[in-house]
Design a protein around this ligand. Sequence first.
Ligand code: PLP
Length: 431
Amino acid sequence: MSTLYPVSLTTSPEGPMCLADIPLPKLAAKYGTPLYVMDRETLAKNCRDYTQALAKFYPNSLVVFAGKANLNLGLLNILAQEHLGVDVVSGGELFTALRSKIPAQHVLFHGNNKSSSELEMAIRHGIRIMVDHEEELVQILGLAKTLEKTAQIMLRLKPEIEAHTHDYIKTGHIDSKFGLDKRDLIRLVNWIKSEPSLHLKGLHSHIGSQIFDLEPFEDLAQIMTQHMATVKAECEIELEELNLGGGIGIQYTTQDDPPSIGLYIEKLTTKLKACCAELGIAQPRLILEPGRSIVGTAGVTLYSVGAVKSIPGIKDYVFVDGGMADNPRPMMYQAQYTFSVADKPHETPSRIYTIAGKYCESGDILAKDVKLPEVNVGDTLVVFDTGAYNYSMASHYNRSAKPAMIVVENGQDRVLVRRETYEDLLRYDEE
Ligand SMILES: Cc1ncc(COP(=O)(O)O)c(C=O)c1O
């Protein structure tokens, strides 16, 4: 089944494309463009695909949204309604999470170089910290003692698996900047055990992103449960939690064929339960950290077409009023997307266009060779599956004001992040 389009996307026999029964060109006119639009129904579906499959196969679990994919207060509050936690990777993300309706015990803090003030904020609020390296452990211990608190920690291990979309290497990633070496695990656990200011909740590892193959996830479950068994045998600690990260891929184009979330959960938890039984360890509370697969397919970006420029015999450009500042992914790693003209869903795609952004870089190209109906100035171009790693990676390049983000549901639309103004751009400038 195609998951390219948001659940509430519809086209009537005559009119424009609608999301949650609202015509997309109408949203573009109301809020201006570029505009990030999140579909509440798709968000609910993606969250529930996780929570319902886990309720069936592995109830002792928690889904935390990887906030780096897209983070703002309104979105977190929606995810709180869906019973998700959040993982954060910076003081700014942590601050946002703490102001949201997600309870502090459902917030996890990652990062390979957390500052003292960031760690202090986490310890004060009882946030689980994913310890990246030994130096950080020393720092956490010092802070916890000073603050007279017990720091809740999990040890992040290098995954020992390098997973790409189509292939993977089991022994890879020893050179990753993230995580501890497994050879240090027992020594560190014994040390933590002797420190009352530290509470070791469990282990964590994350293998990568946009992965379609389920085998690396199963292998990760095996490797990590083996580490848990070693800790049990050598340190006499039965670890309570296991965080297996995020990474399942989504469909950006018809070429992509990701597994369903339900299948991923079924396979992963079946393997996890089998490994625990085989190794004689208690089933840990399973934490998963999906980012892209929660928000990616729920988001679309709307642009207005400012010009169509033909270079005869060479190519036809469609110029849109955004580009690399609101979506750097095509430029950063040749990410592919699916495009439509929201005003003309029924017209047959007959022309090949290059979609170019408005920024002062020749490389600001959103896509090449896109087949669309004839595009005219003023049309609303829609890009699908932009809910992940677009807004969160947006920049002010060329002094551009960041777009608004709205959410739509049952014919209603509301702002999650208001559009920046030129005055906002001057806010931190000194004369
Ligand atoms: C530690 C960690 N957890 C979770 C994620 C989320 O990955 P994804 O968005 O692919 O699900 C990432 C992404 O890089 C990550 O680094």
